[in-house]
Design a protein around this ligand. Structure first.
Ligand code: FMN
Length: 365
């Protein structure tokens, strides 16, 4: 029988349990995206706190594109030495660390006057109202190459794998989404075309990092916007990725324009509100021979254990609960099985010069 604290493997990466810190933008890197002391300390807290795997906040692979301040960078070789102490520290605590790579696009607080912002088509972001420049095929190839180079750097810096961020309304998700992708070339139209850039990036990354290096992806089961990518689109992409050799798929949903069906739902205060992507994740786990990570609203160990027992989902990721309690996994493992303290208030998104911190901890100081 599977248990939460089984040792498992994703490709060549051995994990000490099935509990994962989902990517969380910390807003703590310096202006150029390099490490700071506070960011290092946050990761140290997570590594000591018992999670099997930490997925970093989204890191930008192109210097001119940082969709949010305080994001980590991976756009040149200076990051290799910069991140080595981080990956070594995480390994010294028996945890693993995967870097999430993301091109943000029009879901950004910056404006096209301030910087070059790419999108599949010139369609304003529904939440941020930014109209991106439609990418030329040359731009697409520049981005594909940038992801490949970023993955090579992450590997050289000691990260145990990389994750492509293809969820939540960022650029790769927009390519998949008919509302944002109005292209008439081979990157738009049919699902085969809308998925093309993601598969090209995956193949470029794989060709550079080798067959045994873990390459993961986070994607939306559904976008939950009008003319958004559907679960059928998601299933197509997952099948193609599986056939191409993806090592694990993290299942999320929604965008900033999806209202109550967004990726970070609020007031998860009862077991029946938890695990809001479980049905889709379970179906994908059933259909594919690829490990599935479930994220979204996991708050209690009982719910997680029950999903492990009743579905083929392999891994369970959390973001907000680990901002509130980096030691949560250790607490559960030590026998204190009360649910996460996180109230899903989304106060962690409130501007705070110290970073995206849990307001429960902040207010109690
Ligand atoms: C402050 C904050 C920053 C986030 N940053 C990222 C990110 O960089 N990449 C990503 O894929 N998801 C990001 N997310 C979404 C989470 O990974 C996760 O999918 C979502 O919060 C739902 O999980 P939870 O209920 O455990 O918080 C972020 C969420 C929060 C609250």
């Amino acid at each position: 029988m599977r248990t939460l604290f089984d040792e498992t493997k994703i490709n060549s990466m051995t994990l000490k349990n099935r509990l994962i810190r989902s990517a969380t933008w910390e807003n703590m890197a310096d202006q150029s995206g390099h490490m700071t002391e506070s960011l290092f300390k946050l990761y140290e807290g997570l590594a000591c706190g018992g999670v099997g795997l930490i997925i970093t906040g989204y890191a930008f692979p192109l210097a001119e594109e940082q969709p949010n301040p305080g994001m980590m960078g991976i756009y040149d070789d200076s990051f290799i030495e910069d991140y080595r102490p981080l990956t070594e520290m995480v390994h010294s605590h028996g945890s693993r660390i995967v870097m999430q790579l993301a091109y943000g696009g029009s879901q950004t607080n910056y404006r096209t006057e301030d910087r070059n912002i790419w999108g599949p088509s010139e369609v304003a972001d529904l939440a941020f109202k930014v109209v991106p420049h439609e990418m030329s095929q040359e731009n697409i190839q520049t981005l594909v190459k940038a992801y490949g180079e970023a993955a090579t750097r992450a590997k050289a810096a000691g990260f145990d794998g990389i994750q492509l961020h293809s969820a939540h309304g960022y650029l790769l998700n927009q390519f998949l989404c008919p509302y944002y992708n109005r292209r008439t070339d081979e990157y738009g139209g049919s699902i085969e075309n809308r998925a093309r850039i993601i598969l090209e990036i995956f193949n470029e990354v794989r060709s550079r990092v080798g067959a045994d290096y873990p390459v993961l992806i986070k994607l939306n089961a559904e976008d939950y916007i009008e003319k958004g990518a559907t679960f059928e689109d998601c299933r197509y992409l997952c099948r193609e990725l599986a056939a191409s050799g993806i090592d694990a798929i993290e299942v999320s949903c929604g965008t900033f324009a999806s209202g109550k069906l967004g990726p970070c739902r609020m007031r998860i205060d009862a077991p029946e509100k938890e695990a809001y992507n479980a049905e889709h994740a379970a179906q994908l786990a059933d259909e594919l021979d690829v490990p599935i990570l479930l994220v979204g609203g996991l708050r209690s160990i009982e719910v997680i254990k029950n999903l492990l027992k009743t579905t083929p989902i392999d891994y369970f990721s959390m973001a907000r609960p680990l901002l509130a309690e980096p030691q949560l996994v250790k607490r559960w493992q030590d026998g204190d099985c009360r649910p996460a303290r996180c109230t899903s208030c989304n106060g962690c998104f409130r501007p705070n010069p110290a970073g995206n911190l849990c307001v429960l901890n902040f207010e109690s100081e």
